[in-house]
Design a protein around this ligand. Sequence first.
Ligand SMILES: C[S@@+](CC[C@H](N)C(=O)[O-])C[C@H]1O[C@@H](n2cnc3c(N)ncnc32)[C@H](O)[C@@H]1O
Length: 259
Amino acid sequence: MWRNKNFVRHYASRTLRPAEVILLVRHAGAFSGRVLELGIGAGRVTGYLVELAAAVHGIDVSPAMVDYCRSTYPTGTFTVADLRDMSGFESEHFDAVLGANNVLDVLGDEERVRVLRDLRRILKPGGVLAMSAHNRAHIPYLRKPTDLRGARNLLRAAGKLALIPLRVRNRRRLLPFERSEADYALVNDDAHDYTLLHYYISRDSQVRQLDQQGFQPLECLDAEGRLVDVGQEASESAELHYVARRGAGGGDGRSAPAA
Ligand SMILES: C[S@@+](CC[C@H](N)C(=O)[O-])C[C@H]1O[C@@H](n2cnc3c(N)ncnc32)[C@H](O)[C@@H]1O
């Protein structure tokens, strides 16, 4: 879906979440070096990265998104590529990798773990991975396909009403693929009218997963930028933002104990 459809208008924005602003400021050292952004979309964060970083390389599986970023942010390097294949990048090349707007959540568990391992490979020792992920504790608050909340006027409500049959159909199709495992869940949420499955993970499971893949988790923030500590769920936040440092070890997946 991401490769074949043109979502440039849907994602064209320069609006950062409060958590993203805080993380970019707090880790400005890493973000002023060589930066890789995964799933750039229409450059919502990329536009700031090209101002901050010595060099930005952005990838996206969608040619339309890459064309848009090339013409809008000519100082960056943008390529059509799948984040599941990092073989084109040298080891220990980047100071920071960014996966904004839950982009890693398009992957299943095995792929996600493999990609995290590969991100570790291409980061310099001490380099920083900043990513967000759907918050598993928020699942009970997800909208149903028939939900008309959020329609600010009658016209919007009518538009939502008209979409219900499509949404219900999409949901029925993907419902059998939902999963709930000990460490994560795969959920057919309301994104793009229920056409996708997304990976949802709790704060503590995500921190553990990063630790197991050789990262030292530094902090977790809710969308508003508030610290989410060990054991906290922050269930009102649909996504959580993580920053982790690449451990200095030799690639056996071990690093300092999880935060
Ligand atoms: C939710 S959008 C986020 C866009 C942007 N990062 C933002 O924050 O606005 C996800 C982006 O990831 C891209 N994407 C999806 N699967 C991908 C994959 N396997 N490899 C690279 N990019 C992918 C999509 O084309 C889309 O542009």
